[in-house]
Design a protein around this ligand. Sequence first.
Ligand SMILES: Cc1cc2nc3c(=O)[nH]c(=O)nc-3n(C[C@H](O)[C@H](O)[C@H](O)COP(=O)(O)O)c2cc1C
Ligand SMILES: [Fe+2]
Ligand SMILES: [Fe+2]
Length: 408
Amino acid sequence: MATYRVQEIEDGFYILRVNDRYTNYFEALWEIPEGITYNAYLLKTSEGAVLFDGWKKVYSSQLIDALETVIGPEELRYVVVNHLEPDHSGSLEDVLRWAPNAKVLGSRLAARLIKAFPRARERFQAVGDGEALELGGERIRFIYTPWLHWPETMVSWVETRRILVTCDAFGGYGIPFGLFDDECIRWEDALRAMQKYVVTVIGHYRGWIVKALDKLHKAGIKPRIIAPAHGLMWRKDPGYVMRFYERLARGTPVKGKALVVYGSMYGTVENMVRRLVCAMAREGYSPVVYGFTDSKRPQLSEILTDAIDSEVILIAAPTYEADLFPLIRLVAEEICWKASDGKKAVIVSSYGWGSMAARRLREILEGCNFSVVESIEYNSVGPAGLHLAEVEELAKKVVEALKKGGEA
Ligand SMILES: Cc1cc2nc3c(=O)[nH]c(=O)nc-3n(C[C@H](O)[C@H](O)[C@H](O)COP(=O)(O)O)c2cc1C
Ligand SMILES: [Fe+2]
Ligand SMILES: [Fe+2]
């Protein structure tokens, strides 16, 4: 059984949060040993209550228990579905069975997806972009924000309180002790949790964040609280969080940050990478290094989190069965798909009798808007064959290419 929390964060506005410690691979993909929360929100008014989103299916009965601590089933008038991915909509049918009067509100595109939910389909009412719901003295405006994270997504602006309910947008991984970003956590850790969620989940569609933020600014929306469906609520400095989110959306690099990812079966590539990392650090870069070896396997989710704001990405791998070392092929393709943004890339590879890794890496990286500033290859079937003087020469070549390829 998961633990959950119900807290009235201000008069009539509640967070209902369940702590999921069991999902180790979010969307069956992203390693999250830190866990995840699903946050629903409840607004209680004199004319009934509005529930924003829900929990994953396995927590349905607990969500109903949580709701019962605040309202009776007849009181629930609306369930707003900002997003229909099952981590938020899995509980929808059970909530509707419990609450006989509740209507379901979502975007026009949600109307198409809602057919997967027999009860919700019957009670669904589409809201227009910018349309408002007035209830018991509260005004809630719905703003379409497509592709954050599916096409149907929207955010709910509780105008009367200046609370922005954003579902996946501004969400973060982890099961924080506190509910808000100014409680029990380092600000940088809270932001990192959000960075990891945005690159893994919204990743490929990040460009839509820029459009959504622009739309919110133009509508004069300046939230006092940002209330996402995962992780912490943001109240310390929502304006800063929005600017930070926009930087992530644009892939704006942190000056000098260099992501280094390598695979190495017997240490040849690893030994080369060591030299390169030292050479780059001497030039003022801050390398963040992840190596796949016979003793360690880093998490793709963390690699992507560091890819999004790196200025340079160095990818290194040996040739394997006349092709690229497979784990690095996956990493390179995912970095391409989620975090390329026209960044500088350096390719490092080694081979025994017929080079292929470097060519494959170039194909992948250039196919996705990377600018490959240098590609080096080394011929050796083991680290003992490495001539360090030669590797130092290669390191110099890489550093020179980086300097030419743009400011560090
Ligand atoms: C399982 C395996 C498959 C390999 N396949 C190739 C290959 O197809 N072509 C090639 O030129 N070298 C191949 N090699 C040699 C490696 O590319 C070479 O030894 C490289 O320097 C290994 O680097 P590492 O020690 O960092 O893994 C292979 C080596 C192993 C262990
Ligand atoms: Fe989602
Ligand atoms: Fe989600």
